[in-house]
Design a protein around this ligand. Structure first.
Ligand SMILES: [Zn+2]
Length: 381
């Protein structure tokens, strides 16, 4: 798992130098898990396996022989390994600074790709799943023709990761917007159905699944431990919403659910904070969520918004990014920034040259941090 930037001499030690075949395998498996979840209704677990799954299985078998571990005998068994063997397992030995050692690629409760899986699958050449989301949005922007039309479509996608027939006759429904974005939706995959129904998390609005697929909504006492949603970090105060008529329901592509819809609440909170402080901003094309501030003098100052569980991979993504301003404020949800080790891991993974140009912040701290940034520029002058 080696980004181009990792070879730069100015990059600090994030442990990548000591990375081995296990880390590379972990990323290959992440890409396999992400891809299989899109194409299967678990049917691709039957022989013959899709090419990418067969290659990942072969590679895992070779790696197991190298390290003296009994290899998986089938794709279902490999999938189960991805659910039970985390990044820090001796089989992978992904360096702790790069990926949280306890992170698995398949969620133990939801049995679907984890957010960490999609982030690992987005790391390195090509940009993987997150780059796919970016490419879909670039296409949409080109098709929309005007910035205003694109902004309407983008905010529709972010607010409606799931569209039910009722939405289509509800208030605020725009036929024009739907006709531009409907290609980015598909029917609900079988793997997201529970006994013929569909569950949606009442907090993030993304798909949810119970541990026991025979019991769509567990008893209130078990909701905390027995329900998974794609947002993964949601409070479980309320049970998930049960949607019947799944054949009347459309779902946004997973890459956009994770990398556009999930961070959208943080984006709205950050822009609200700027508006309240009277700081003008305009969208920037390219990154999934970026805005340029107006009235910053000679310096170009941007904010970019992310909701990523793996801070070192976020830092690596920004290091490789061609779209950094003179100063970029990287806004993440308050709950993540407050997590033990998150800020430190982010900063440690940045090359020294970028540490003064990138500031990790939250919607609450954004405006005070911008003020401090201006103070520092004055001091430098
Ligand atoms: Zn959720």
């Amino acid at each position: 798992m080696r980004a181009g930037a990792a070879r730069r001499a100015d990059r600090p030690d994030t442990g990548e130098e000591s990375e081995g075949a296990g880390s590379e395998l972990f990323r290959e498996l992440a890409r396999m898990v992400a891809a299989l979840a899109e194409v299967r209704g678990l049917r691709s677990f039957a022989l013959p396996y899709p090419g990418l799954a067969q290659r990942a299985l072969d590679r895992t078998v070779m790696h197991c022989l190298d390290v003296g571990e009994a290899p998986p005998r089938s794709l279902p068994e490999l999938w189960e390994w991805c659910r039970t063997k985390p990044a820090g397992d001796p089989l992978f030995a992904v360096p702790a600074p790069l990926v949280t050692p306890g992170a698995t690629l398949v969620h133990p409760v939801g049995r679907m790709p984890t957010r960490s899986c999609l982030e690992v699958a987005s790391h390195g050449p090509g940009g993987g799943v997150a780059a796919h989301a970016g490419a879909l949005l670039s296409d949409l922007e080109a098709r929309c023709g005007t910035g205003e039309r694109y902004r309407q479509c983008r905010s529709f996608l972010a607010r409606h990761p799931v569209v039910h027939r009722q939405n289509r006759f509800g208030p605020g429904w725009s036929k024009a917007v739907w006709s531009r974005v409907k290609d980015l939706y598909g029917p609900l995959p079988e793997s997201l159905l529970v006994d013929g129904d569909f569950l949606r998390c009442s907090s993030c609005g993304l798909p949810a699944l119970p541990r026991d697929r025979a019991v769509p909504v567990p008893a209130p006492s078990a909701i905390d431990t027995d329900i998974w949603c794609e947002g993964e970090e949601c409070p479980r105060d309320d049970p998930p919403e049960l949607i019947r008529e799944p054949d009347q329901t459309w779902i946004l592509r997973r890459s956009l659910r994770t990398f556009l819809a999930l961070p959208y609440r943080t984006e709205e909170a950050a822009l609200d904070a700027l508006d309240r402080a009277g700081i003008d901003h305009e969208p920037v094309s390219g990154p999934l969520s970026a805005f340029r501030l107006r009235g910053t003098g000679a310096a170009i100052v941007d904010i970019q918004v992310y909701d990523r569980l793996q801070p070192s991979l976020l830092a690596a993504h920004l290091t490789d990014s061609a779209s950094l301003a003179d100063r970029t404020f990287v806004v993440v949800p308050d709950a993540l920034a407050g997590r033990r080790g998150y800020r430190g891991a982010f900063t440690d993974a940045l090359p020294a040259l970028l540490r003064d140009r990138l500031t990790l912040t939250t919607p609450v701290d954004l405006v005070p941090d911008l003020g401090r940034g201006r103070g520092e520029e004055k001091d430098d002058a």
